[in-house]
Design a binder for this molecule. Structure first.
Ligand code: ADP
Ligand code: MG
Length: 390
């Protein structure tokens, strides 16, 4: 991968950096200092460019504006204005926000930028062309700068204009954070301290379950929870009652070697009835209820495997951890992971939120900004945004 460190002279160069500043912005417009880790993770890259005297232009997406009417308040809430302000506070330096990401106003602002100054563009996903990897749109973005940097590992599994198409029009490099995340994960795949355990849970079963097939080749234990576990149980022919499956096509995942003894599935669960009665049940006796957390026996079993491991990679909570009644499984796993002396890596927005809530992020060796991208990378899939920098 071509990295930005290979460029000697960045003085006065206009550098367009794709970052991932997709952070939760509260209704009060405040970005919680515990939820801004995606922004903080990019600060070394920005500081590096400032030191080199570059002219910095930052671009990112925020939320899913494509789901809303342009005039709606939900669409407006996807503006990066407040994110730019938050970055300004973190850096203690001015960040100029422009109302668009392409067009006259942006070009004017960029033409006035001086060495050591920072401009933040408006949400890339205000243009549908971003997700369509549109070359015309990418060319307009590229026209703003001399050099392009991808510093957003978490979107590098997506073929989007600011990640892929743009590299056709500018000399393109991997940023410090992208390089770091790719190298930490490469090390975890190629040279993991054994035993190495991957924990997969959460709701996005459609993207996560297919990865298990590949992970079984590379790691010693795969522990499943959340909706991911529901799917595995279902494929095994075990009745899961009314539990969620995350609109996955079960035929797509039938080739997972579910009998592989590296694959650990829950033996008990916290279930909830239609009348909202919560109880502990053995797997296989779920009835008409919904599985919303792993049970205490499963949590104990998983904790033992975790504490015997030298490498842990975790993406996806074990249950509906936002609700107290269904949080114990995720809490126990968070605590077990934090105690591991070997290498611990976690990724995914909700997983990071859970570890923050129940344990201590400081005790985790590496926090990966991407969940989906992390799993695809671990499974050995080629991420388009990384391939294109080779
Ligand atoms: P991440 O952001 O860490 O990649 P996901 O986005 O895939 O994780 O999933 C997180 C969500 O999954 C959480 O909101 C959690 O409440 C939900 N979840 C976990 N287990 C279950 C379950 N058994 N049933 C319903 N929702 C679940
Ligand atoms: Mg999530």
């Amino acid at each position: 991968m071509k990295t930005i460190k290979s460029i000697q002279n960045l003085k006065n160069k206009k550098v367009l950096v794709r970052v991932d500043f997709n952070v939760p912005v509260g209704d009060d417009g405040i970005i919680d200092s515990k939820e801004d880790w995606r922004i903080r993770a990019a600060l070394p890259m920005i500081e590096y460019l400032l030191e080199k005297g570059a002219k910095i232009i930052l671009m990112t997406h925020l939320g899913r504006p494509e789901k809303y009417q342009v005039s709606s308040s939900k669409y407006q809430a996807c503006s990066l204005r407040l994110v730019a302000k938050h970055l300004e506070e973190l850096l203690d330096r001015e960040v100029k926000f422009v109302n668009d990401c392409i067009g006259d106003e942006v070009e004017k602002a960029v033409s006035k930028i001086k060495a050591g100054e920072i401009i933040m563009l408006e949400n890339l996903r205000f243009y549908k062309e971003e997700k369509n990897n549109d070359e015309g749109f990418a060319r307009k973005l590229a026209g703003l700068a001399d050099i392009y940097i991808n510093n957003a590992f978490s979107v590098s599994h997506r073929k989007h204009a600011s990640v892929c198409a743009i590299t056709k029009f500018l000399p393109s490099y991997a940023g410090l954070l992208l390089e770091k995340e790719a190298s930490v994960l490469s090390e975890a795949i190629n040279n993991p301290k054994k035993p190495a355990t991957v924990i997969i849970g959460g709701a996005k079963a459609k993207t996560k379950v297919p990865v298990i097939e590949y992970l079984l080749d590379k790691f010693d234990n795969i522990l499943v929870g959340g909706v991911v576990a529901n799917v595995i149980l279902k494929v095994k022919g075990i009745d899961i009652g009314n539990s969620l499956l995350g609109d996955i096509d079960l035929d797509e995942v039938r080739n997972i070697d579910i009998e592989n003894n590296k694959l650990h599935i829950p033996i008990d669960a916290i279930i909830c009835s239609n009348e909202n009665k919560v109880s502990l049940s053995t797997i296989g006796k779920i009835g008409n209820n919904k599985i919303l957390d792993i049970g205490s026996k499963t949590a104990e079993l998983y904790s033992k495997i975790i504490s015997d491991s030298e490498t842990i990679i975790w993406n996806g909570p074990m249950g509906l951890f936002e609700k107290e009644e269904f949080s114990l499984g995720t809490k126990v796993i968070s605590e077990a992971v934090a105690k591991v002396g070997g290498c611990t890596i976690i990724g995914g927005g909700d997983t990071i939120a859970a570890v923050y809530k129940f344990s201590d992020l400081e005790k985790i060796d590496y926090i990966c900004t991407g969940g989906g991208a992390m799993l695809e990378f671990l499974a050995g899939k080629r991420l388009p945004g990384l391939e294109i920098l080779k």
